[in-house]
Design a binder for this molecule. Structure first.
Ligand code: BDR
Ligand code: CA
Length: 305
């Protein structure tokens, strides 16, 4: 069983990561922390609570960081809509409400109380993880693994060179990538190769149940936003981290050091490939298996109903 904490900036593909985690028997969600990213914190928090309510997650949801460590805030409303989760209409919640206390402290306390048991899955800017490491450096050797979506070695999706999550908080990303923690990275190199086709989406419209309906309304907007921007089929960035935790076998990796460009230059926020290593460094995903990925989504949607 993989015991995970999801750190999310709930937009449309973050929602799929939450759905996949909730519907997979080998994943246990200890809690979720909403962070600022795709849109502001109050909206990512609301989106996270709403998705958890619909898919039946009872794990606690906490508030994370409302702004990056150093840089000014940027958002990704273009891809996720003004609310960050355009598409689904949510009913008033009956079960889920935000927990008192800080999400960063929740991350620290959970890892310290369960050494080598907890996997962190940050799929937004890395602000919360960096602050947690600064506040309690012992989590670096006590976390089981950090499986994150972010960075790119094949060109960016916000600037020519930088991917959104690392661009949105480069200073935090640099702290995490150079921390020495056991890291698995899903950069655009891998995530842009696993996409949703219109035929596949049409097939999901035949699935029944609230979670499948939520999935489809998120993916209808995601598909429309990609098409409006002339970007082809939508990429399944964030849920690939969960797919890896369910079954790492279909992925191809390289292991090397990673750092982040922090100079005030057009390359600000770009991830840089360092020296290749046998151990340590970062395990960087290069390729996934699209068919296998969608079979995991099928299973999750069928089990959630
Ligand atoms: C990342 O940026 C966000 O918009 C997505 O949710 C994903 O985490 C992709 O660059
Ligand atoms: Ca995200």
């Amino acid at each position: 069983m993989q015991r995970i904490i999801l750190d999310v900036d709930t937009g449309l593909d973050d929602a799929v990561a939450i759905i996949l985690a909730a519907g997979s028997p080998s994943i246990h969600i200890e809690g979720l922390v909403a962070t600022s990213g795709n849109v502001g914190l109050e909206r990512t928090l609301e989106n996270t609570l709403n998705v958890c309510e619909v898919v039946g997650i009872e794990a606690p949801v906490y508030r994370g960081s409302s702004q990056p460590l150093v840089r000014d805030k940027v958002d990704a409303g273009d891809f996720h809509g003004e609310s960050g989760l355009d598409g689904p209409v949510f009913q008033p919640r009956r079960r889920q409400q935000v927990q008192e206390g800080s999400g960063i402290q929740f991350i620290i306390d959970t890892i310290m109380a369960n050494p080598h048991e907890i996997t962190l899955v940050p799929v937004g800017p890395l602000t919360d993880i960096a602050v947690a490491m600064q506040r309690e450096p012992r989590i670096i050797s006590r976390v089981k693994e950090i499986v994150l979506m972010g960075g790119s070695f094949v060109g960016g999706n916000v600037t020519k060179e930088a991917e959104f999550n690392t661009y949105a908080d480069p200073e935090a990303a640099q702290i995490v990538f150079t921390s020495g923690a056991p890291l698995v990275m899903f950069p655009l190199d891998c995530t842009t190769k696993v996409t949703l086709s219109p035929e596949q989406l049409e097939r999901y419209h035949t699935f029944t149940g609230e979670s499948a309906r939520l999935f489809c309304s998120c993916m209808d907007s995601y598909m429309a936003n990609y098409q409006r921007k002339g970007k082809g089929h939508p990429a399944m960035h964030d849920p690939l981290c969960i797919a890896y935790l369910i079954d790492p076998k279909p992925f191809l990796f390289e292991r090397h050091e990673v750092s982040v460009e922090l100079e005030d230059a057009p390359t600000y926020g770009k991830t840089l490939k360092g020296k290749e290593t046998e151990t340590g460094g970062v395990l960087v995903a290069k390729k996934g298996d699209t068919t296998h990925f969608w079979s995991l989504i099928d299973q999750a949607l069928l089990s959630l109903r």
